[in-house]
Design a protein around this ligand. Structure first.
Ligand SMILES: [Zn+2]
Length: 306
């Protein structure tokens, strides 16, 4: 079997690299042979699944905020310098509601679960919308490193308890007027009375509670248990925002194990490092399409079966 890490999206060079069908066939074979599958997911997976933070979804759910403050996606809304905390929380609550509470497990995540459910698998993700847990994955096999939309913590991290925010978020949204919540709904830490924040790794006060540490240990044990066994690292939409969490470790693990392969889905950076060039397969194509293809036998295979 031959692998090409330098699969190139430029059309005039594409004849030098395996076709989409060939790469899909190779991935299918690798998954069949693998004893372990490790999924690493970044925001690109949720975007491909339809959980887009800009575009039509933004206009549909956050249009009022966009017109008032002049931004066009939810990331920018998060960094906007609001004049009041009431406005900040109105934005925050709506973002959590539409991305965490009002969204079911999406088709692409379900499809991914169907693909690997019979394999010994584990998920590491920087996504915070709980899509893996909503789509069939066992929460004991998920390590969400960057936090959880559905939790609040002390803004100064004075203690490491996390608090469910569903009821509060829904009340905030219901009571939002002119892009602001009532002052009394601004959450305050029960211990030090500082303002609380959503449990996301956005500053130096991110709380890693007991369950975060347990998930981290489970992930590390899983990775150690692979040793030199056949393993496929499936990486989805991980860019260079935080490459030290998934992208670089996956490259390191692939390099260290002669029986490891890295399948990298990335619209912009599908290439592997030179040292892994024979063990990396890159896809710039739409993940929905490639996953659908993985479930369909190729023409040649169908003929063999007849
Ligand atoms: Zn506190």
């Amino acid at each position: 079997m031959e692998f090409y890490s330098n699969y190139c999206q430029k059309k005039n060079k594409s004849q030098n690299y395996p076709s989409l069908e060939q790469r899909v066939k190779t991935v299918r074979e690798l998954l069949e042979e693998a004893e372990y599958v490790v999924i690493g997911a970044g925001s690109g997976l949720s975007s491909a699944a339809g959980l887009d933070f800009g575009g039509e979804r933004f206009e549909k759910y956050m249009g009022e905020f966009g017109s008032r403050y002049g931004y066009h996606d939810m990331y920018s809304g998060d960094f906007y310098n609001y004049q009041t905390r009431e406005e900040f929380w109105a934005f925050e609550a709506k973002t959590i509601l539409v991305n965490r509470y009002e969204v079911p497990g999406l088709k692409l995540y379900h499809k991914l679960f169907d693909l690997i459910k019979d394999k010994n698998h584990f998920v590491i993700t920087t996504n915070v919308e709980s899509q893996f847990a909503k789509s069939g994955f066992d929460s004991n096999r998920i390590f969400a490193t960057q936090g959880d939309y559905s939790k609040l913590q002390c803004g100064g991290a004075c203690h490491d308890t996390l608090y469910d925010n569903e009821k509060l978020v829904k009340e905030m949204v219901a009571k939002t007027r002119d892009c602001a919540i009532p002052t009394e709904l601004i959450p305050k830490c029960p211990i030090c009375h500082r303002e609380m924040k959503v449990n996301l790794r956005s500053d130096g006060y991110f709380v890693e509670d007991k369950s975060w540490h347990e998930a981290c240990s489970r992930y590390e044990s899983f990775i150690s248990s692979i040793n030199k066994a056949p393993v496929v690292y499936l990486e989805f939409g991980v860019g260079y925002n935080t490459p030290g969490i998934i992208r670089y470790p996956f490259e390191r693990f692939t390099y260290a194990n002669p029986n490891a392969h890295l399948i990298r889905f990335n619209r912009d950076y599908p290439e592997g490092i030179t040292e892994n060039k024979d063990k990396t397969i890159g896809f710039t194509e739409d993940m929905n399409m490639v996953l659908a293809m993985l479930f369909e036998p190729t023409k040649g295979e169908q003929e063999n079966e007849l």
